[in-house]
Design a protein around this ligand. Structure first.
Ligand SMILES: [Zn+2]
Length: 315
């Protein structure tokens, strides 16, 4: 079954390997076993579209963040696209409709506005480079918003609100996955295309990265999507262990809130250090699909896998 996966951190892993300044250590996107989302694993798992996040670690000094972002964009072009002819860059949403069966679409996203600081020219440049989904923060605060790990729990700043407006104008998703509760509500109010690229249900696992029921319902009412994440600590409270049935509990719960047509998958592969049993990398997607088919109709599972995203993506 064809899959749309809306979050991975393969670009960061590629960049870290490149920054060893030893060319023999640069991970090979085609088949490196260190990559959960290598081309071969995506192909084996039936992934039709993979989102690739630009993510800058908070330890990177502010004046080096833009350089780090450009390095990751460069690796997206040279290693992900350039060396794998069947990887196709999705630069506009309707290009997903023209993928051939043997092609895998690649979507560039940004996880954290600190990459561009307060320089909206840089943001416009990122749109031109193909960024189609933008999360304001990782867990730390930046000039646009507080992240889910900030104790003060602030929402969007004036700059953050301006960025949401620019996302709307560019038909870019505004990702709530690392937002504070207050930031979430600011985004749901202002964004034409609110989106949770990799978050679960907080009623099932009380973690700051997950969404309360009223948040999930608001997303669904606004036409937004919630893509469930395969990171065990976001699945089972205080646990590094989870199996596929635990992931399905989150799907069941989000469906009970009205989300059957508006949920999908956002693995967080290459950004996580513990794994769901039998779902350790992108090649294992059929294990999840087969288990879901025991609980849901084929149409519903196709919805989770890709059709829900296609139905609710920006135009
Ligand atoms: Zn994340």
């Amino acid at each position: 079954m064809r899959i749309i996966d809306t979050h991975c951190d393969a670009l960061l892993k590629l960049q870290l390997s490149q920054r060893n300044y030893d060319h023999s250590k640069l991970l090979n996107f085609t088949n490196a076993t260190d990559l959960d989302c290598s081309y071969e694993r995506l192909e084996k798992g039936g992934v039709a579209v993979q989102f690739f996040a630009i993510f800058i670690h908070p330890d990177v000094p502010s004046d080096e963040k833009w350089q780090h972002a450009l390095e990751q964009v460069n690796l997206f072009y040279t290693e992900v696209l350039g060396k794998n002819p069947n990887m196709k860059h999705i630069k506009a949403w309707d290009e997903m409709d023209r993928l051939q069966d043997d092609e895998i679409g690649a979507v560039l996203t940004l996880e954290g506005a600190d990459a561009f600081g307060n320089d909206l020219m840089k943001l416009r440049q990122l749109y031109r480079l193909g960024v189609l989904s933008l999360g304001m923060t990782w867990n730390n605060a930046n000039l646009c918003a507080d992240g889910a790990g900030e104790p003060r729990g602030g929402g969007l700043t004036l700059l953050g609100k301006e960025v949401v407006q620019l996302n709307n104008e560019h038909h870019v998703l505004t990702d709530v996955s690392h937002a504070t509760v207050k930031g979430f509500w600011d985004i749901v109010e202002l964004a034409d295309y609110p989106f949770a690229s990799h978050s679960n249900a907080r009623t099932i696992c009380d973690h700051r990265r997950n969404l309360y029921d009223d948040q999930a319902k608001a997303m669904f009412e606004k036409g937004g999507l919630i893509h469930v994440v395969f990171n065990p600590p976001f699945i089972n409270k205080d646990s590094e262990d989870a199996d596929i049935s635990d992931v399905i509990k989150h799907i069941d719960h989000l469906c009970s809130l009205g989300g059957v047509g508006q949920i999908g998958f956002g693995s967080d592969f290459d950004g996580i250090s513990s794994f769901v049993t039998n779902l350790e990398d992108a090649s294992h997607y059929p294990n999840l699909i087969n288990e879901l088919l025991k609980h849901y109709s084929e149409d519903e599972v196709k919805g989770f896998a890709y059709q829900n995203f296609l139905n609710h993506r920006p135009k």
